[in-house]
Design a protein around this ligand. Structure first.
Ligand code: FE
Length: 248
């Protein structure tokens, strides 16, 4: 699925290659001129298909960057393969720099795993500049989203993720809610983190919010519905009991 293409800059959602017990995941590729980037490439089960799909989309462009929103296996497990087969550098929160190597990183590629500072950073891609935005505790404590100012797509990682709802694009927000609600209440750390994130995102011109699982939100009205839902959602620590129960 081509989400944006102006001739020199394109944003592609790769064909869904998920199967079996592994949770469905979206892989996104951004190409600007001769420079390419893959977001949250995923684990071993999808590695060869995602690599092939990425190379097809890149054409003559080169894979220069890999963005890892956080440390979960569905995102980082195949990092070694990506670094071994390409010359790309990978970016992950500085909190996870010493944990990702446990998935097996050859020492040849260790210096191509680079830390994102807590406050986020700007990352050049071709003639464009991506924003790596803080999204800590949504859900990982070292968590980033990527905003592309050319396509105006906000890649939101696990935030906005849905399981078993609409597949590519949300048409009916209310009907889609049940596919998001349970996941967000349990996996997102709390309403304070969500409200702070919404305040930051409202400073950007966002046309699409593209999560790592399930359907994306397209257009200002749908983006606004999602942001206002995030603003009031009680989740994580908000729902924690004052006293924990021992197992029955
Ligand atoms: Fe995750």
């Amino acid at each position: 699925t081509i989400l944006f293409d102006n001739g020199t800059h394109k944003n592609v959602l790769l064909e869904d290659v998920s199967s079996g017990l592994a949770v469905q995941a979206n892989q996104h590729v951004i190409v600007d001129g001769a420079s390419g980037m893959i977001l949250d490439p995923g684990g071993h089960k999808v590695y060869s298909k995602v690599l092939a799909g990425t190379m097809t989309q890149l054409g003559r462009a080169k894979l220069e960057k890999i963005f890892l929103s956080h440390q979960d296996p569905d995102i980082v497990a195949a990092t070694n393969g990506w670094l071994m087969t390409t010359d790309a550098v990978a970016y992950v929160s500085k909190l996870w720099i010493r944990f990702v190597p446990h998935f097996g990183l050859d020492h040849l590629v260790l210096d191509r795993l680079l830390p994102i500072p807590d406050q986020g950073m700007r990352l050049p891609l071709g003639s464009a500049e991506m924003l790596l935005l803080q999204a800590h505790f949504l859900h990982s404590c070292g968590n980033f989203h990527l905003y592309d100012p050319v396509s105006k797509i906000l890649y939101s990682g696990d935030l906005g993720a849905s399981i078993g709802g609409e597949t590519v694009e949300v048409q009916d927000f209310d009907a889609h809610l049940p596919a998001m609600e349970g996941f967000h209440k349990r996996y997102m750390a709390g309403s304070k983190a969500l409200r702070a994130w919404v305040k930051m995102v409202r400073k950007l011109d966002v046309q699409i919010i593209a999560p790592q699982h399930g359907a994306l939100f397209r257009g200002p009205a749908m983006v606004e519905r999602f942001l206002s839902w995030c603003e009031t959602l009680q989740c994580g620590m908000d729902l924690l009991d004052d006293e924990l129960q021992l197992p029955a």
